[in-house]
Design a protein. Structure first.
Length: 101
């Protein structure tokens, strides 16, 4: 089950990132908030979770897509380059987590 959730999460986050990279942030926000937030948020509230390595990615997406005050204040975490950088790091971590699967 642990490996399954890793692949499922990666697939779902990749969909959100596809919208972001194509400049469709409203669609990214919609899918993240209506489908994936409810589906995965509990994993990031648990202490022993197979998605622990993805916590930074999850939080960065939540801030990027949902934190208007941070955007107004010019917080770097609301910058598209930042979310793309976090996603690149996440992808490296994902490969390490799933190596040998």
């Amino acid at each position: 089950m642990d490996k399954e959730i890793l692949y499922e999460f990666n697939r779902d986050i990749s969909k959100v990132m596809e919208y972001i990279t194509s400049g469709r942030e409203l669609e990214a926000r919609h899918i993240f908030n209506t489908r994936y937030h409810k589906k995965y948020d509990r994993y990031f509230r648990e202490t022993d979770t197979p998605l622990e390595f993805a916590t930074e990615m999850w939080r960065a997406l939540d801030i990027y897509l949902n934190s208007e005050p941070a955007r107004i204040l010019g917080d770097v975490s609301t910058d598209k380059k930042y979310i793309l950088s976090v996603y690149a790091d996440y992808q490296k971590d994902f490969k390490k987590e799933t190596a040998g699967s």
